[in-house]
Design a protein around this ligand. Structure first.
Ligand code: NAD
Ligand code: UGA
Length: 320
């Protein structure tokens, strides 16, 4: 069993689930998060609520951009770097500064601080957004990445930084390219959270484009399982797709929300957003072979869990 584990972005959607899994397995976890205001920080505090009562969890509310990372990293031997300014559509315009700071600069600072320490594993949360628009489906890890959003550009830059430090300083980096993650605690800017919340409040849901775009939706527990395998991984591969195992159109996902989750949806079709790719679909053969990765949760089941959670969130936070 390793010593302490650092999880950056610990108050976020994926980071908080990961911290909970790690403490449950008996690891000592140090969580860092600056609680950015990209979305309601009450949700992030709620994500942390149970963790904060756990003696195996230490929490620092700081930005990776200005904290002393050397002394923080000195006491850990595994790093899960989940912190980022996420979100594809918000990455145009003035907000790009935040993407540079939280994605590129923060990752460079973390790699620079980690290179001098005997870290056993450095897992980076990469993204399907590095691929960009492609007709070559499913997307394989060796495909030339050509992001089409400013966010995707910063995730690709961050991934490349991790790989540069691996090559030059033996940083034991593994990059997991997650494909549209969903489930309880999903960020409120993401499609399913928005659709469920708005349906429960009797408000219309907006579809960007005609709904024929497809996503390889990946349930949160499967993503956490992939992270656990990446921590234990001893092989030489560096980049893995982590997808849900199937490709579904947004219109079909709306049908599931209606038919399986009993949500009445008032759907309005709007213009597509620049930077949103039309299709994603992960080739997960490499993750299957090297990480023994096998997504388990099907979309109808995963959406039912998310619906349940959004209901609880509304009761807790009121008009969030
Ligand atoms: P999230 O916004 O819920 O979590 C990210 C957390 O990082 C936030 O709580 C934020 O406050 C924190 N953070 C941002 N900048 C920071 C900084 N400079 N210092 C310290 N903390 C900082 O997002 P998420 O959906 O949980 O995503 C987690 C990671 O997974 C991100 O790296 C994201 O790019 C990646 N990813 C997410 C998805 C998805 O579908 N959710 C898909 C692909 C990749
Ligand atoms: C998601 C995450 O938000 C990114 O952080 C992540 O990097 C990316 O997955 C990834 O796979 O790498 P996205 O696929 O845009 O990005 O996820 P959603 O926000 O859930 O959107 C899914 C689809 O629904 C997109 O086509 C989007 O245009 C559409 N959508 C979203 C709507 O039609 N209406 C909405 O209100 C929101």
């Amino acid at each position: 069993m390793p010593g302490k584990i650092l999880v950056t972005g610990a108050a976020g959607f994926i980071g908080s689930h990961l911290c909970e899994r790690l403490v449950k397995e008996g690891y000592d976890v140090v969580g860092v998060d600056s609680l950015t205001d990209y979305y309601d920080v009450r949700i992030k505090r709620e994500n942390l609520r149970e963790l904060k009562g756990n003696e195996k969890f230490t929490y620092y509310e700081h930005s990776l951009n200005d904290m002393d990372l050397g002394s923080l990293i000195g006491e850990v031997d595994v790093i899960f770097h989940q912190a980022a300014q996420a979100g594809v559509r918000a990455s145009w315009g003035n907000r790009f500064e935040e993407y540079i700071d939280s994605n590129i600069r923060a990752t460079q600072r973390l790699c620079e601080a980690a290179k001098n320490h005997p870290i056993r594993r450095f897992v980076f949360a990469s993204s399907s957004s590095v691929y960009g628009e492609t007709t070559n489906l499913p997307m394989g890890e060796t495909q030339l990445p050509k992001p089409v959003s400013p966010y995707g550009v910063t995730k690709l830059a961050s991934e490349n930084l991790c790989l540069l430090y691996k090559k030059n300083y033996n940083l034991p980096a593994v990059c997991l390219r997650y494909f549209t993650v969903y489930g309880p605690r999903q960020r409120p800017d993401m499609a399913f959270h928005k659709f469920i919340l708005r349906a429960m409040k009797g408000k219309p849901v907006e579809i960007y484009g005609n709904g024929t775009q497809t996503r390889d939706f990946t349930y949160i527990d499967d993503v956490i399982e992939a992270n656990m395998s990446a921590m234990a991984y001893n092989g030489s591969e560096s980049v893995f797709n982590i997808g849900g195992g199937s490709r579904v159109s947004l219109n079909s996902a709306l049908d599931i929300l209606h038919d399986c989750c009993n949500l009445e949806l008032d759907v309005r079709y709007k213009d597509a957003f620049k930077g949103d790719v039309k299709h994603t679909y992960a080739d997960i053969a490499l993750a299957q072979r090297e990480l023994n990765y096998k997504p388990k949760v099907k979309l109808d089941q995963g959406l039912a869990y998310e619906v349940e959670w959004v209901g609880r969130l509304i009761r807790k936070l009121g008009d969030s």
